[in-house]
Design a binder for this molecule. Sequence first.
Ligand code: ZN
Length: 99
Amino acid sequence: MKYCSTCGSQINDECLICPTCGCSTELGKEKLTATTTKKSSAALVCGILAVVFGALGGWLGVLFGILNLVLDKTKKYRALGIIGIVLFAVWIVIFLFSL
Ligand SMILES: [Zn+2]
């Protein structure tokens, strides 16, 4: 057993959230950070793919761009996803004008 650092209630070692006050326990905070880190590296990969496919004019640029925006909770790599989508939009415009 351990105690909540926020309200001092006794909580189970396995608990991620304190049942009394609803705050994250130390373990909960650790897990949250680990998940966020994992997600942001996935967001970075999606962002890079968005730019690459977007630059090539592929619809995958939009797909990875959206994935990047969804995964990127920290908004660190958000620009990459947006660039990918914008690049694809540019290709659409070029395509429409060349008809
Ligand atoms: Zn608590």
